[in-house]
Design a protein around this ligand. Structure first.
Ligand SMILES: Nc1ncnc2c1ncn2[C@@H]1O[C@H](COP(=O)(O)OP(=O)(O)OP(=O)(O)O)[C@@H](O)[C@H]1O
Ligand SMILES: [Mg+2]
Length: 312
């Protein structure tokens, strides 16, 4: 498997904070790699070090087999970056903004025109070409920010939390656009603290906390790290504590909690549990509304590994 990025022993020390603490990892050609971690875990700092936008205390970073340095312009022309903070020109329209950023790399006018149209279509801004950024909603502005970063069809793309505070429609549009970029052959590094997005989007995930890698692998590999295999939730009113104790004694049960009107039962193994609990509720004539089963989430994995929630 070809590595597009190779990072060895990356350390970034701010005065008191070690924002990146000895990270080593690779990014494979054609994959979407998720960098997942809570606020302040070091995602943006890692990305900015890889891009040589920040100097770092230790480490070697190679991109497309070459060492990445601040003046590696040949490498930089193959890279697209979408920063966490929107960075577009207020005095240029949607079209002019994308054309400007694309023009930094694509000099041929006809070719550039096509590239700009492709970027506009990818993020669905066709109806807003003549709009100025100030007239765009938050979601549309984020889409413009993405279009500016990827219009020159880079082989390697970094996206830093591109869906923060966007509406669901824009979020879906953005995630679909990123999948399309992968299908067109780009390699993508995607940082986020939304585990749901990582599950939808990423081929492989690196979970970081306090600047350190705490786990990495495919979603399925990571989920195996959770001590539970299934969670069953039951909406039920006024459940007696005795029932909770009895359920706890059932096969495979890990924990039983009852919060509000939701009974949550976690299981060490994911077989026949729903049938068992429905049988119990029937036998005891306990009325329930909704009942549903879920696999563990990456949050469960994070909780298992760090003792805290990924969510704030
Ligand atoms: N310029 C700086 N000077 C000092 N400390 C910094 C600086 N930039 C970041 N940090 C610290 O480094 C750590 C990592 O920050 P970073 O922005 O990389 O995290 P992040 O995972 O991107 O978080 P977020 O989800 O909030 O974007 C944090 O503790 C942060 O406070
Ligand atoms: Mg960040």
């Amino acid at each position: 498997m070809e590595n597009v990025i190779e990072i060895k022993n990356l350390i970034k020390q701010y005065k008191e904070v070690r924002a990146v603490d000895d990270l080593s990892f690779e990014v494979h050609s054609g994959e979407i790699l998720g960098l997942l971690g809570p606020n302040g875990s070091g995602k943006s700092t890692t990305m900015n070090c890889i891009l040589s936008l920040l100097n770092y205390s230790n480490g070697v970073i190679k991109i497309f087999g070459k060492e990445m340095k601040p003046d590696s312009y040949d490498l930089k022309s193959k890279i697209g970056v979408v920063f966490q903070d929107v960075a577009v020109f207020d005095e240029l329209t949607v079209y002019e903004n994308i054309d400007y950023f694309c023009g930094l790399y694509i000099k041929d006018k006809e070719e550039r025109k096509k590239y700009v149209e492709d970027a506009i279509n990818l993020v669905g801004l066709g109806d807003f070409k003549k709009f100025y950024p100030k007239k765009l909603s938050g979601g549309l502005l984020r889409r413009l920010n993405i279009a500016c970063g990827i219009a020159h069809k880079p082989k390697l793309i970094f996206l830093d939390e591109p869906t923060v505070a966007v509406d669901p429609q824009s979020r879906n549009n953005i995630l679909d656009g990123i999948k399309k970029l992968r299908s067109e052959g780009a390699t993508i590094v995607y940082t986020t603290h939304y585990m749901e997005e990582v599950e939808i989007l990423c081929d492989r995930v690196i979970i970081i906390d306090n600047g350190k890698i705490i786990a990495s692998g495919t979603i399925d590999q990571l989920k195996k790290l959770a001590k539970i295999e299934e969670k069953v939730s039951v909406e039920v009113n006024n459940l007696d504590v005795q029932h909770m104790e009895k359920i706890k004694e059932q096969e495979n049960v890990d924990e039983v909690t009852y919060d509000g009107n939701v009974l949550l039962v976690t299981y060490k193994e994911g077989k026949n549990n729903l049938v068992d609990i429905i049988d119990y509720l029937k036998k005891e004539s306990i009325k329930y509304n909704k009942i549903y089963s879920e696999r563990p989430t990456l949050n469960d994995v994070f909780l298992e590994l760090t003792g805290k929630e990924l969510r704030d």
